[in-house]
Design a protein around this ligand. Structure first.
Ligand code: SAM
Length: 457
């Protein structure tokens, strides 16, 4: 395993204190200010602000993914023990057992070099730094992108590259950073096309970065694809060979870390690309745009590509295209020109499901340097320090009442009472109007049964 080169180390700043340059120590990176080591796994620098705790958390997600796969296999094997299955159903289920078993093994093998182990010792500092992996981002969240990127997605990948190249126009990347690089194809394609002095693909998902790093250097990897709507039984868990058209040179680098605590010194890149990213991150767009501004050189350019489908719960952060342009303009960039184009999206040959998406691309050229930005804090003080009162919000009040009602209704289930008996008691306690009681309790019990089925009880 080789340590990060001097050129790479020179670009970095500690993601914890945001200022100390990083030194190389053995094979790892080291911040002398924080006295923290950032490990290097199989050539991939692990650059989270709290490396130990993020490592433990990704390991927990990996365990969770494996447990889900095991649960699924147990249920299929149990079903296969039944004698009254159609022959075609038996064949399909037997195929699933083979595919899902292979899938678990493939993922285990890919993650093994990362040595993810259980050690939760750093969890309190992890919280104190207000960093936290978003709960909705699992190890396999964007897994199917891997197959589009490195197997069947030539048309989609070419359409994405063409749109980004149109946005780049005369701008020629020399030092490029791709944030949220995922399985890495666009990063690779841009690197091959523009031959910059250096490119970095950056993402927090170790599985995706691990695949990108191996495939882009010429390795062939076999993995299973699980399309949303398989065309035939054998399209489920179909074996795919992932490979790049040709190996990239050694100026293409991959790193694992969180975009909310970026490990880079200011003004290091002339090109930053954010593909399919800005509308899924929880941070407010203005702060994110300011941070991108700080990382760019004075003649730098920010390319944003993908959808603008903001689902933030705060109404002010559900930005339209016009608001995005205004925010970028106010964050030290010239007003961006936004181009739109329809491109195919996830059109797997094994799936009946695909879509055409109207995506956007903008090139925002830096015109002023933003000096200060606030750091994104994933958690409030009362959760991190635990000393100030837990706020009694309207949401908590509503949840309290709902939980009490649920607990009461569940306590009425004793294996003897019928749905009608429970409805009568709920009406007598004035939890529901008498004329709606039976229908309401039926809905409640249906949801409970559905949830039980979903969890495999
Ligand atoms: C919608 S996917 C797009 C992936 C890739 N750019 C593509 O076009 O296929 C979003 C990517 O952002 C990454 N991501 C989300 N939040 C992140 C964060 N806080 N730090 C680093 N990466 C993040 C996810 O792991 C995922 O790979």
């Amino acid at each position: 395993m080789t340590p990060p080169s001097a050129t790479i180390s020179a670009l970095l700043a500690c993601p914890r204190c945001d200022k100390t340059p990083m030194a190389t120590q053995d094979n790892d990176l080291y911040c002398s200010g924080c006295k923290v080591k950032f490990p290097n796994f199989a050539g991939l620098p692990w650059l989270f602000a709290e490396p130990q705790a993020s490592w433990a958390e990704w390991r927990a997600r990996w365990q969770y993914a494996l447990q889900q796969l095991k649960l699924s296999l147990d249920r299929i094997n149990e079903t296969l023990r039944s004698t009254d299955l159609y022959a075609a159903t038996r064949t399909r289920l037997e195929h699933r057992v083979i595919a899902e078993t292979a899938h678990s093994k493939d993922i285990e093998a890919l993650l093994a070099p990362l040595g993810l182990r259980t050690d939760l010792s750093g969890i309190s500092t992890y919280l104190a730094l207000r960093t936290r992996l978003p709960p909705d981002q699992g190890l396999l969240t964007y897994y199917n992108n891997v197959h589009r990127d490195w197997c069947w997605g030539d048309k989609e990948n070419a359409a994405s590259l063409a749109l980004v190249n149109d946005a780049l126009a005369e701008h020629k990347p020399k030092r490029m950073l791709v944030l949220g690089a995922g399985a890495g194809r666009l990063t690779y394609d841009l690197h091959q096309y523009h031959t910059p002095d250096m490119s970095i693909g950056f993402d927090f998902n170790p599985l995706l970065v691990g695949i990108a790093a191996r495939v882009s250097t010429g390795e062939r990897i076999t993995m299973r694809e699980f399309p949303i709507a398989p065309k035939t039984a054998s399209d489920y868990g179909i074996e795919r060979v992932l490979q790049a058209p040709e190996p990239a040179n050694d100026q293409l680098h991959w790193m694992i870390g969180d975009i909310h605590r970026l490990p880079f010194a200011t003004q290091q890149f002339d090109t930053i690309v954010t593909p399919w990213l800005i509308d899924i991150v929880p941070e407010e767009l203005g702060s994110f745009a300011s941070r991108i501004n700080q990382l760019l050189t004075d003649d730098g350019c920010w390319i944003n590509f993908g959808s603008l489908s903001f689902h933030n719960t705060h109404p002010a952060a559900q930005y339209s295209q016009e608001e995005c342009a205004a925010i970028v303009d106010a964050s030290g960039f010239l007003p961006p020109h936004i181009a739109t184009r329809s491109i195919p999206y996830m059109d797997s040959p094994s799936s009946r499901h695909a879509r055409t998406e109207e995506v956007i691309a903008w090139a925002a050229h830096k015109d002023a340097h933003i000096k200060r930005t606030t750091r994104y804090e994933a958690l409030p003080d009362w959760l991190v320090r635990g000393q100030s009162p837990v706020p009694l919000t309207q949401g908590v009040r509503t949840q309290t009442t709902t939980t009490q009602v649920h607990a009461f209704l569940l306590s009425l289930i004793d294996g003897k009472r019928s749905l009608q008996d429970i409805a009568k008691i709920a009406a007598a306690k004035q939890l529901v109007p008498a004329h709606e009681a039976e229908a309401t309790i039926r809905n409640f019990l249906i949801k409970m049964a559905d949830e039980g089925r979903r969890l495999g009880y």
